[in-house]
Design a protein around this ligand. Structure first.
Ligand SMILES: [Zn+2]
Ligand SMILES: [Zn+2]
Ligand SMILES: [Zn+2]
Length: 158
């Protein structure tokens, strides 16, 4: 990752350790089971890579890292990503075309992100969207998802 106009170190202390990742994978499997969906090996591996990455990760990086011995077939990864997104286990950050693990597994919540343009860190925050929900209702518009992306600098990067 390249950092424009940044002369400080980036500390990556918010990454999950392997126990944390194991716990999150077990949670995801339970969630799929409860929903009557299958957490296949490729889906699980994709989620593991997203969880292990510190910050938003792009599909081609997931494809590259998929197997220790080489890249995955792209459709395998794209299909897994879309399944995980539907299950609410990951979010797509549209402006970066990258994915992050969801830290709040309540069904179909709307995601809002604070994105640091310096270190690439993303933080998911809960947001009250009653304003836009009300406007959509008035326009008889069926909202399927709302993603809010706020860009700027995290505390460490200012
Ligand atoms: Zn989320
Ligand atoms: Zn930062
Ligand atoms: Zn920085």
């Amino acid at each position: 990752m390249t950092h424009a106009a940044c002369d400080h170190d980036h500390h990556h202390d918010h990454a999950l350790d392997s126990n944390g990742i194991e716990a999150r994978l077990a949670e995801a499997q339970a969630l799929c089971l409860a929903a009557g969906e299958r957490m296949t090996a490729p889906r699980l591996r994709t989620l593991e890579l997203v969880l292990a990455h510190n910050g938003p990760i792009k599909a081609y990086d997931l494809i590259d890292r998929f197997h220790p011995e080489g890249a995955a077939k792209p459709p395998t990864v794209y299909r897994s990503l879309s399944f995980l997104e539907q299950m609410g286990l990951i979010h797509r950050i549209e402006s970066l075309n990258a994915f992050v693990a969801c830290h709040d597994h309540t069904e179909s919540h709307s995601a809002a992100f604070l994105l640091c343009e310096c270190c690439g860190k993303s933080e998911e925050v809960a947001l009250n969207l009653s304003g836009i929900t009300q406007k959509a209702l008035e326009s008889d518009f069926k909202v399927e998802r709302v993603t809010i992306e706020a860009k700027g600098r995290c505390k460490a990067c200012r």
